[in-house]
Design a protein around this ligand. Structure first.
Ligand SMILES: [Mn+2]
Length: 315
């Protein structure tokens, strides 16, 4: 069985179809992985979503920042009390794509599909982690997968709206600081000798502050990360290329600090079109070649990571 991986499609369905053709993707025998951001900005989000739904057994796509933004808009939309307020929200530019999806007969199914996508996928046989933005340098792959699982559970639970309302934040940006706070809380719970140690983990109507911190860090690491400070914390302000970021601000691309990978472990990620599909670290593969920005759409084969199928953008 071939396992192929495609970069950020962003609704560029025409190029995506041509790429599937070029790689001779056969849903009967191949598996397709996608780095996420399958929608957002591009011309054909509905066609793209329809294809992913139709082949959902043979495609694994992880969540990107654009899917999460869409889900957040969905959460805001459905919490509006009146139909008029809902319609008014859909008229806003930021909710344009959500409006297109909700008008589609399969719209609710598309939303449910996105809500149940993973943040990360691990191919055990190939020791390969797939995520939209990469692997936070403070995490091992097993820590990353545990955090992904916790967050995915919340996205699919009754805590969805509560999380969506609080998701957009650049802080916390440091995993070790979250861990310190967790240790402190556990200690104080022991000292006060109360039998409520489970308060942080029980599903309740709202999220505990510490759990929310973990969730925010997790979605940021998996879907927004590009640069880190030398202490490995995540930095979201810098919009420059790797060289300018290094020279002017002392920031490093996350993959230069990712030393918690086990020997032989590999990563495939998208999200960073400015890298033009090139990551200097062996075993870490950048797949976003900016199709929606008039670049191209790229695909690789997990057993031949140097192999590229490429289609130039022409929308
Ligand atoms: Mn992205």
């Amino acid at each position: 069985m071939r396992v192929l991986a495609v970069g950020d499609i962003h609704g560029c369905f025409t190029e995506f179809s041509e790429l599937l053709e070029a790689a001779r993707f056969d849903p009967a025998s191949d598996l397709l992985l996608s780095t996420g951001d399958i929608i957002g900005r591009g011309p054909k989000p509905l066609e793209t979503l329809r294809y992913f739904l139709r082949h959902r057994d043979r495609i694994v796509t992880v969540l990107g920042n654009h899917e999460l933004s869409l889900l957040r808009n969905y959460s805001i939309w459905r919490q509006n009390k009146s139909t008029a307020a809902r319609d008014q929200f859909l008229a806003e530019l930021k909710a344009r794509e959500l409006g297109m999806i909700l008008k589609d007969p399969d719209g609710e199914e598309m939303i449910a599909y996105l809500r149940s996508r993973p943040l990360a996928y691990y191919d055990k046989e190939r020791q390969l982690l797939l995520s939209h933005a990469g692997l936070a340098p403070e995490w091992s792959t097993s820590q990353a997968l545990a955090c992904a699982a916790e967050t995915e559970q919340v996205l699919q639970s009754g805590l969805f709206d509560s999380f969506m309302a609080n998701m957009f934040s650049d802080k916390p940006d440091s995993w070790s600081k979250i861990q310190k706070k967790e240790k402190k809380q556990k200690k104080s719970e022991k000292q006060t000798d109360r039998d409520d140690g489970a308060q942080d983990e029980e599903p309740t109507a709202s999220l505990s502050p510490l759990k929310l911190k973990r969730l925010i860090y997790t979605v940021n690491a998996f879907t927004r990360m590009r640069f880190c400070r030398s202490d490995r914390s995540l930095e979201f302000m810098c919009k420059d290329g790797p060289e300018t970021a290094r020279q002017q601000y002392g920031l490093l691309p996350w993959y230069e600090l990712a030393d918690k990978l086990l020997p032989g472990e590999k990563i495939v990620f998208g999200h960073w079109a400015a890298l033009e599909g090139k990551c200097p670290r062996p075993g870490i593969v950048a797949l976003d070649t900016g199709c929606v920005w008039n670049g191209s759409l790229s695909m690789t084969d997990l057993d031949h990571l140097n192999l590229r199928y490429v289609v130039k953008a022409h929308h």
